[in-house]
Write a protein that binds this ligand. Structure first.
Ligand code: GLC
Length: 558
């Protein structure tokens, strides 16, 4: 057993349970060299700003060498820096700057697939005799009939014909993202080598991209597409995945004091098999259950209305089912999603109140809070006007597919513009100077949201009542309140359609949290049933009925 794990005591205090994770999408954070794309030196420049907010852990989306078909989630060299983002010396300087400030760095491990421009694939696709051929997943057949009906998550078939070898290769994302063959021990050893490269530099954690997909169902049988998104799991082999992750833990993870999180669209019971400490796999799972409620399936094509009661019940279920057994994560936004204030709040009339309410949820619920740069100043969705403005490969593929199915351009725009991942990726709004202080370039890789003139970090930091200051307070409150980290979670009113009312109880104290998830006031008598309570955080000045998106946090004596 490793000295870094406490298999029998889920509640044993460790740094990663007490931290929260600030996500940076490097293209969008800060451009230091005026080319319109954010970079590593830009991040280094901004470390003091992050420290002022209270940031102790940063998750940095991919910065490795990449042709950028999927903005870095298609890697052509796992141990090099993409020139757009800088050099290895820049990386080392950034990491040193983080260490000086006590900030840990979590990096993205994208090992379900590589880029088709990775030298492994370049060689593999030339000949069946190549030493690297078996690094990928191939099937024979005729060029007009894919081996099975597996769909790519980004639309279309998951198979692409490769003429030089007369075979199909599997790509669960774009055709420039061929899936690596985890069944090959040489592939796994090469992956572990890349992981050690970064861990030996002193990286503090690893986020495993689309972890649930590493092990494929060996039958490669057709799946039942009439089941919709639920059918996708039939492409995978869960027992085999556990074997891989346990090996990875034994060979690599257990040797470092790091935080680990796997991206997997699973339910809490399934997650336990991977994150219960005795399993020796991962520490946490980053699930999608609450994020899919208003999206349908992983192959997202449109948004639907969100049922707040269902949203509460997913978050409550995870807290209850993991209680005493494993550790959770909680988030409402990332680089694959639209901005949370535009989706779960109201980015017009109640932007400030709703952004603060969402911060309260993240920092008082059970689990490690994650949020994407920009949430702390309430950045909103971008007012896209045409399909041409979209950059996201998923959005563009989906749009192409829908147009080919005969949908009109207007229909396609209406569906795709509300869900495109571009909303979460527009440049960070630092101040009211041109390009929001993100870049001195004439054109930035994605346009800056025109609302930067009033929504920006400088304005928020100058105003003590801003979203930024509220995040800072919520961060400090959680950090200094063991009950908000380790305390038991109890949902007080699961049936209520708008109010999320819950408690956190711990030997050090009890807390009561009331969140109005909707934009209308609610008279809420349950509040009065706690006579001995002291208000410690909130987004409105005084008491009374719960106002639109109101959040109140109390310390309670009973
Ligand atoms: C993950 C990433 C997403 C990427 C996909 C394929 O879901 O978060 O951005 O497109 O994996 O790597």
């Amino acid at each position: 057993m490793s000295r870094f794990q406490h298999p029998d005591d889920v509640n044993a205090p460790t740094w990663w349970k007490e931290t929260f994770v600030y996500q940076i999408y490097p293209r969008s954070f800060q451009d230091s060299n005026g080319d319109g794309v954010g970079d590593l030196n830009g991040i280094t420049m901004r470390l003091d700003d992050l420290q002022a907010l209270g940031v102790e852990t940063i998750w940095l989306s991919p910065f490795y060498r990449s042709p950028n078909d999927d903005n870095g989630y298609d890697i052509s060299d796992y141990t090099d820096i993409d020139p757009q983002f800088g050099t290895m010396a820049d990386f080392d300087r950034m990491l040193a700057g983080m260490k000086e400030r006590g900030i840990k760095l979590v990096i993205d491990m994208v090992f379900n697939h590589s880029s088709d421009e990775h030298p492994w694939f370049q060689q593999a696709r030339q000949s069946r005799e190549s030493l690297f051929h078996d690094f990928y997943i191939w099937r024979e057949g005729s060029p007009d009939q894919p081996p099975n009906n597996w769909p790519s998550i980004f639309g279309g078939s998951a198979w692409e014909w490769n003429a030089p070898t007369g075979e199909w290769y599997l790509h669960l994302f774009t055709r420039k993202q061929p899936d690596l063959n985890w069944a090959n021990p040489r592939v796994r050893e090469a992956i572990y080598e890349s992981m050690r490269f970064w861990l030996d530099k002193g990286v503090g954690g690893l986020r495993f991209d689309v972890l649930a997909m590493f092990a494929k169902n060996p039958s490669y049988a057709d799946i039942d597409l009439s089941k919709g998104g639920a059918a996708l799991v039939d492409m995978f082999d869960a027992p085999q995945l556990h074997a891989y992750v346990q090996e990875m833990h034994r060979e690599v993870l257990s040797k470092y004091d790091i935080y680990t999180v796997g991206e997997a669209p699973v339910d809490a019971i399934t997650a336990l098999d991977m994150i219960a400490p005795g399993r020796r796999e991962l520490q946490t799972i980053y699930h999608f259950e609450h994020m899919l409620l208003d999206r349908g399936s992983l192959q997202i094509t449109q948004a639907t209305a969100l049922d707040r009661r269902a949203f509460k019940s997913v978050l409550t279920r995870w807290a209850e089912q993991l209680e005493g057994k494993a550790w959770n994560t909680i988030y409402v936004g990332n680089h694959d999603q639209v901005r949370p204030v535009s989706r779960f709040g109201d980015d017009k009339t109640h932007r400030v109140a709703s952004a603060k309410m969402l911060a309260t949820l993240l920092f008082t619920h059970k689990g490690i809070p994650f949020f994407l740069a920009g949430e702390e100043i309430g950045m909103t969705n971008y007012p896209f006007a045409t399909l041409d403005e979209l950059d996201d490969v998923n959005a563009r593929n989906m749009a192409r597919l829908m147009l080919s199915q005969g949908k009109s351009e207007d229909e396609v725009f209406a569906a795709i513009s509300s869900i495109t991942r571009d909303h979460g990726r527009t440049p960070f709004q630092w101040d009211a100077t041109p390009n929001a202080g993100f870049s001195s370039a004439e054109r930035t890789w994605l346009p800056v949201n025109p609302n930067y003139t009033h929504i920006n970090a400088a304005a928020d930091r100058a105003n003590g009542d801003s979203i930024w200051h509220y995040f800072q307070r919520a961060i400090a409150l959680r950090k200094h309140t063991p009950a908000l980290i380790y305390g038991r979670f109890t949902d007080l009113d699961p049936a209520h359609p708008a109010i999320y009312a819950y408690r956190r109880d711990h030997t050090t104290g009890s807390y009561l949290i009331m969140l109005n998830l909707l934009g209308a006031p609610v008279d809420y008598p349950l509040l009065d049933t706690f006579p001995n309570k002291t208000r410690i955080l909130g987004n409105y000045a005084d008491d009374g009925p719960l106002r639109p998106f109101e959040a109140r946090v109390f310390r309670v004596e009973s």
